[in-house]
Design a protein around this ligand. Structure first.
Ligand SMILES: *[C@@H]1O[C@H](CO)[C@@H](O)[C@H](O)[C@H]1NC(C)=O
Ligand SMILES: *[C@@H]1O[C@H](CO)[C@@H](O)[C@H](O)[C@H]1NC(C)=O
Length: 404
């Protein structure tokens, strides 16, 4: 079943190679009729943009988009992470793929290698600097003690700057094959897509010891730092940005288990209202900053993506999309006896810590992260522009005006 799923994705982004000749002929006919009617003005056409030819992509973020840096640096995520799609732990905080994997596939790239992964990595089509437990703000002693990653966004930016400087040094003189096949071309940095998905840990770290009201006072400086990083990437030559806001922290099973909620604290979907309000305020300010950056960075093209709305839609309409119990995790538990996903334990004579029997019907994988199936749903929705400002598809996100 995993294999079938992989193949169907492959077809979806590579085009219908498997079609029989007769089908192709019909398709050509349809295209001809469509082209003729367009040129005679029979069908009113919304002018569509040409697809962008991104040669590479670079991602910055936390566990929502880490493809292996955390596992390469701190400790390897245990089985059953990776269980559904890769068949073994892949460094992703999921039973399979994460949103960035679907984006890479859609753009025709292999899965992005994690920058810190020194085994089997290939950076020809870009690199992923995201790492689990990472924050926008540099860590202080308290957040370090709480287990957040010291590789905060400013460190990811330094890593990118060095990556770029060293690639520029090698090209075009160095003819060794690992340079040609394993690294991007120097001229590709300015044409690449730059994606960001970070902020959730700044909010969860803050909420672990501050009230929501206290944390709200710091949101402005957190979003300012994210905006500054975008500017610094722009100064490094980045032009096209795809910026995810932050998801509904108050709907994560891990949040719900640790916060003793009174009935009035929950919304109609069972999510913690106050937590979600902080996320929404973060997102409102982030969007405002993105709009300002559009004016300030004259050559930049910035797409703001409302991941919050996409995730919240999925959670509130779970059944409609084939998912059950949206607030229950598939692996591990935060119940009476908290057991982390992948940690084997015996509870009441039964071994727990393994995967549930139906991962593809679960939105949530391990309490803090989404399942392969949920990520596929989310990626499909956000990539076509339904949750973006402006509402462009990711394949057209390089165009300065959405109408072209
Ligand atoms: C958070 O806000 C408070 C109140 O404005 C301020 O004293 C504190 O320094 C801020 N903390 C950070 C990390 O910005
Ligand atoms: C373990 O069993 C006891 C007695 O049947 C029950 O009350 C308790 O909820 C069970 N704990 C878990 C985590 O299933």
């Amino acid at each position: 079943m995993d294999r079938a799923r992989f193949i169907s994705i492959g077809r979806w982004w590579r085009g219908p190679w498997g079609l029989k000749k007769s089908v192709e002929a019909v398709a050509v006919g349809v295209v001809l009729v469509a082209a003729l009617s367009t040129s005679f003005g029979l069908v009113p056409q919304k002018k569509s943009c040409s697809a962008c030819q991104f040669p590479a992509m670079y991602n910055f973020g936390d566990s929502n988009s880490d493809t292996g840096s955390f596992s390469a640096t701190f400790y390897r995520l245990p089985s059953p992470y990776g269980y559904t799609f890769f068949g073994k732990p892949s460094g992703r905080f999921s039973d399979g793929r994460i949103i960035i994997d679907f984006i890479a596939q859609k753009l025709g790239f292999p899965f992005l290698s994690a920058y810190l992964n020194s085994i089997g990595a290939n950076f020809h089509c870009g690199a992923n600097f995201a790492i689990g437990a990472s924050t926008i703000q540099p860590l202080d002693v308290r957040t370090f003690g709480d287990g957040y990653s010291p590789i905060s966004l400013n460190v990811q930016l330094s890593q990118f700057a060095q990556f770029k400087a060293r690639v520029n040094e090698l090209f075009p003189r160095d003819e060794r094959s690992y340079v040609k096949a394993g690294l991007p071309r120097a001229e590709d940095f300015s044409k690449a897509l730059y994606t960001l998905d970070i902020g959730q840990n700044d909010l969860s770290a803050g909420l672990s010891w501050k009230t929501a009201d206290q944390l709200l006072e710091n949101v402005s400086s957190i979003t300012a730092q994210l905006a500054l990083t975008i500017e610094q990437l722009y100064q490094q030559g980045a032009r096209v940005f795809w910026i995810h806001n932050t998801g509904p922290l108050g709907c994560l099973p891990s949040t719900l288990a640790y916060k003793m909620a009174e009935p009035g604290d929950l919304d109609q979907n069972g999510c913690l209202k106050r937590y979600n309000e902080v996320c929404q305020e973060f997102n409102r300010q982030l969007k405002e900053r993105v709009l300002k950056l559009r004016a300030k960075l004259s050559e930049a093209v910035l797409t703001y993506v409302d991941i919050y709305a996409a995730k919240y839609t999925l959670i509130s309409e779970a059944e409609k999309y084939g998912f059950t119990s949206p607030l229950a995790q598939c692996c591990g538990s935060y119940g009476d006896v908290p057991v982390r996903c992948g940690v084997k334990a015996i509870v009441n004579g039964t071994e727990v810590g393994g995967p549930c029997s139906n991962p593809s019907q679960h939105i949530n994988w391990d309490g803090g992260h989404y399942s392969d199936a949920a990520n596929e749903w989310l990626a499909t929705r956000i990539m076509d522009g339904a949750f973006s400002d402006p509402p462009v598809s990711i394949t057209e996100a390089c165009h300065k005006t959405p109408q072209c």
